[in-house]
Design a protein around this ligand. Structure first.
Ligand SMILES: Cc1cc2nc3c(=O)[nH]c(=O)nc-3n(C[C@H](O)[C@H](O)[C@H](O)COP(=O)(O)OP(=O)(O)OC[C@H]3O[C@@H](n4cnc5c(N)ncnc54)[C@H](O)[C@@H]3O)c2cc1C
Length: 288
């Protein structure tokens, strides 16, 4: 039996960031991941990461929280949204101080660009590989704090005693053995479950089996990448255009949606047309 203070299941951006925070505070931390952390799906997040730094236009965490609640169709946990948006500027600076190579403005400050659903240009980015760059920054911090990584270990069960998490059972994919890893605290960071949909832009590993097996999903709709219809509708493309015309050619007729809307609204508009009987062979989204 293996013992740690904290065990984090998942080595994506969420899992590695949680592990580093606990390790910085002196805990003995381990990550259990079915793949090498740096190969986690987070590496696909190319567009950027939002924080109300206000480097290119006025912005506040309150505005960020409002846009986030609205972007979630008001289904998101608003206390969690508020906490995340308040903390976001500190998190970006934390990453920058640990060597994360963000793109910059000519005066040296962190660059920020417009992104879908945001009322202000608040997306920090590293060219078009933001997720990958942050994964590598966090991996360096794992090495620095000597966080133990159980790589290619598939978590098959959570251990719970009297309602309290006490560790995990993990399958070592290299030798086929099962390991019991006990911990005082267990953090679930197993990512999304986009792969349960027939079509998705999520990585093949995004099956989120741990939460599914343990009934920990709140709203399955949040598991899918919102920009997906048959191809990814990219937030960056949607929000870069000042006047947006989404022409959904439905049975020869055109459907127009104008405004700085989030991509889930673009998709909803198209889906509504299809539900109403249209059978489009092709849908063209014209961004001007
Ligand atoms: C195409 C695309 C583009 C995106 N672009 C952006 C963007 O620009 N900006 C943005 O903010 N967000 C973006 N997102 C969303 C973002 O990528 C995800 O929300 C984020 O990466 C999730 O991080 P995570 O750490 O929770 O999960 P992941 O990175 O998916 O990591 C999950 C981890 O859990 C581990 N794991 C899972 N199950 C098990 C198991 N049973 N046992 C052991 N380990 C397990 C995996 O090995 C992995 O290490 C995008 C998503 C997609 C699909």
């Amino acid at each position: 039996m293996i013992k740690h203070d904290v065990v984090v299941i998942g080595g994506g951006l969420a899992g590695m960031r949680a592990a580093v925070e606990a390790a910085e505070r002196g805990a003995d931390v381990a990550i259990v991941s079915k793949m090498h952390p740096v190969r986690s799906h987070s590496g696909a997040a190319q567009g950027g990461i939002n924080a109300a730094l206000g480097n290119t236009a006025d912005d506040t965490p309150e505005n960020h929280a409002f846009d986030t609640a609205k972007g979630s169709d008001y289904l998101g946990d608003q206390d969690a949204i508020e906490a995340m948006c308040d903390d976001a500027p500190r998190q970006i600076i934390w990453l920058e101080h640990r060597g994360c190579i963000f793109s910059r403005l000519p005066d040296g400050r962190l660059a920020q660009r417009p992104f879908g659903g945001a009322g202000s240009p608040r997306t920090c980015y590293s060219a078009d590989v933001t997720g990958l760059v942050i994964l590598h920054t966090l991996w360096e911090q794992l090495e620095r704090f000597k966080v133990k990584v159980y790589e290619e270990y598939f978590c098959t069960a959570l251990c719970v005693e009297d309602g309290v998490g006490t560790g995990v059972v993990a399958y070592n994919m290299r030798n086929g053995e099962l390991e019991l890893i006990t911990a005082k605290a267990t953090i679930l960071a197993t990512g999304g479950c986009g792969r349960m949909y027939a079509k998705t832009t999520n990585g093949y590993a995004s099956t989120d089996d741990v939460k599914a097996a343990n009934g920990a999903h709140n709203d399955l709709g949040f598991g899918q990448h919102p920009g997906f219809l048959d191809r990814l509708v990219d937030d960056q493309g949607v929000s870069r255009s000042r006047m947006i015309h989404h022409h959904a050619f439905l049975n020869g007729g055109a459907l127009y949606v104008n405004d700085a809307i989030v991509r889930v609204d673009v998709l909803r508009t198209i889906r509504t047309g299809i539900t109403m009987g249209a059978q489009p062979k092709i849908i063209l989204i014209d961004l001007r």
